[in-house]
Design a protein around this ligand. Structure first.
Ligand SMILES: C[S@@+](CC[C@H](N)C(=O)[O-])C[C@H]1O[C@@H](n2cnc3c(N)ncnc32)[C@H](O)[C@@H]1O
Length: 334
């Protein structure tokens, strides 16, 4: 035993309560509230409160009264459909743990598949020092995954919303990327999603967006190897269909993309057509309702070759890829 000096006081033992009954009540309350994965969420919250990894929470686990109270508070907020990730403050994305909370879109597992495809494309092409752009970066998830998994890459992350931008800056710093190393460069800029595509969803008028990305990324036009984007892509008619975690907690500008859900895809495809060098790769995530419309949109823009749509792990149409057709004349693409 280590010595703690002459005035050591004997610690009063804290009474411990079995977790099992609180857990059972939590799972029942979460299920009744319509939470899709009640057991998993209850275990995540218990793990968060105790600081134990979820896999090590034994059926016989106990909690202090303070922890039990904290657990009950968090379960009540989850019952009110606050996203789990907001309660624990983080989300896993590929090999990253990212900070998230109110004001930023929570990265989704399907976007990991999009990034996986983009990484494969870069590796297959043999690009060892690619210039990459993540349009609509939100938390910085795509940009940071590219930078982490492509050690030679330089990644530009673009976001319009100041709130999301602050989360991206925080995540970039937390991963150890700095202005000095220039590996991940954050840009406050607008890709020019049409007004109908960025309604606030709360009765206020849509925000008119003015594309500033051409000015902000001027030096990159025609030089970029890879553009990846997960833009807003929900249809206006889905407003009453989304889960409360989405409709009430993801920022509206991250979700809504006009009557056909394509305002974001359209803007990104146009900006990417200017940014990419000939033969550069574009990957855009879209709604599972866009399996035909997103490729058709790229074909109509007339600057893309090898347009292909791809399913996610659940087999739903999820993202479109294309290669920048070689420019033939004095076209700038802006
Ligand atoms: C669906 S979220 C995706 C965030 C992140 N890429 C991810 O996958 O988790 C879309 C993001 O686009 C941003 N956004 C919306 N309109 C924009 C615009 N006109 N210019 C730039 N970013 C925009 C939103 O603020 C939001 O962060």
């Amino acid at each position: 035993m280590t010595s703690v000096g002459p005035h050591r006081e004997l610690a009063t033992p804290v009474p411990m309560s079995p977790l099992v009954s609180s857990m059972r009540a939590a799972v029942a309350a979460l299920a009744a509230a319509g939470v899709a994965s009640p057991r998993s969420d209850a275990e995540e919250l218990a793990a968060y409160v105790t600081g134990e990894p979820r896999r090590r929470l034994a059926p016989t686990a106990t909690m202090t009264p303070a922890d039990l109270e904290r657990f009950a508070e968090l379960v009540a907020r989850r019952v009110a459909r606050v996203p789990l990730q907001h309660l624990v403050g983080t989300v896993g994305f590929r090999y990253l743990t990212l900070a998230v909370g109110p004001g930023v879109f929570i990265p989704r597992p399907e976007t990991e598949t999009v990034v996986g495809w983009a990484l494969d494309a870069v590796r297959t092409a043999g690009w060892t020092r690619p210039i990459c752009v993540d349009l609509c970066t939100g938390s910085g998830a795509i940009a940071l995954a590219l930078a982490q998994e492509l050690p030679g890459a330089r990644v530009h992350a673009v976001e319009r919303d100041p709130g999301a931008l602050a989360w991206a800056a925080r995540n970039i710093a937390a991963q150890g990327f700095t202005d000095a190393d220039g590996r991940v460069i954050l840009h406050h800029a607008d890709v020019g999603i049409e007004p109908a595509g960025c309604g606030l969803g709360d009765g206020r008028e849509p925000v008119a967006t003015v594309a500033t990305v051409a000015r902000e990324l001027a030096g990159l036009f025609g030089r970029v190897d890879l553009v990846v984007s997960n833009p807003p892509y929900l249809w206006d008619d889905e407003r009453d269909l989304v889960e409360p975690e989405v409709g009430k907690h993801d920022p509206p500008a991250a979700l809504w993309a006009g009557p056909d859900g394509l305002a974001g895809v359209r803007a990104v495809a146009q900006v990417a057509g200017g940014l990419l060098r000939d033969g550069g790769q574009l990957v855009i995530e879209h709604s599972d309702r866009h399996g035909l419309a997103a490729p058709a949109l790229l074909h109509a823009l007339d600057c893309w070759d090898d347009v292909r749509d791809h399913p996610d792990l659940a087999g739903r149409a999820r993202f479109v890829s294309a290669s920048r057709r070689p420019r033939t004349g004095p076209e700038t693409g802006r």
